[in-house]
Write a protein that binds this ligand. Sequence first.
Ligand code: HEM
Length: 233
Amino acid sequence: MASIFKSSIGKKLLMSISGLFLILFLTFHMVMNLTYVFDPDSVVYGTICEILSMGWVNVVVPILAAGFIVHVAYAVILTIGNRRARGEQRYEVSNKARTDSWSSRNMFVLGLVVLLCLILHLTDFWAKMQLQNWLGGEEGDPYMLMEVTFGRWWLTCLYLAWFFVVWFHLTHGFWSALQTVGWNNNIWMKRWKVITIAYVTLLMLGFAVVAIYAFCKANGYCGLVPNFPGILG
Ligand code: HEM
């Protein structure tokens, strides 16, 4: 069991399982965010915010944080290991690198940018909501936080750039993780690559739509955004 933390295949497996877990979380997060756009009376979005301030979240958040910590810790360990190995066989690996995608060669840098923006995101939202709940302070109003954050054009642009970086990380990461967990026969790998691009594009577009909608709402450009039917409200 301890060998999973030491062998390189074990480390890679932890990387892929934590990565898939984070993708699952991102999917839930995006669907919940979309209710902000498709629910004009904010009934569903308000209910979700209420559910997210209940006790069970105190269990889920540490699990999510642990998934993130495992992913980042093994990213550092694997990257250092790969650099060392590359030092020994520079010629062979540089040939391979030419055939790899840009994302696959820059996973660590992409991950670092994701991490920096995540810290900003947590200070914008989580620190003003759930953390306040834990500290016994006054929780911020989620609608106000959306308007305050996305009301500033430069912050909206930064968020959009962040989504683009996550998109790059995941266009390689998603299929690579499925390959690591064993779904790697020739036919399925080709399919997974197509499914990955489609899935990750929809995922990140979902986040982008919410950011742009909130920007328009906060700045009074609502006439410019379509009047979505209240399919959820
Ligand atoms: C939104 C959050 C993130 C998600 C959903 C995510 C997802 C993934 C997935 C699915 C993989 C593929 C694993 C495999 O090939 O088996 C991966 C690989 C990787 N991730 Fe992330 N990741 C995230 C954030 C980060 C962060 C913050 C870092 C580091 C600072 C990072 C660094 C890496 C690296 C270096 C790899 C390649 C590891 C290797 O194959 O050697 N990721 N990520």
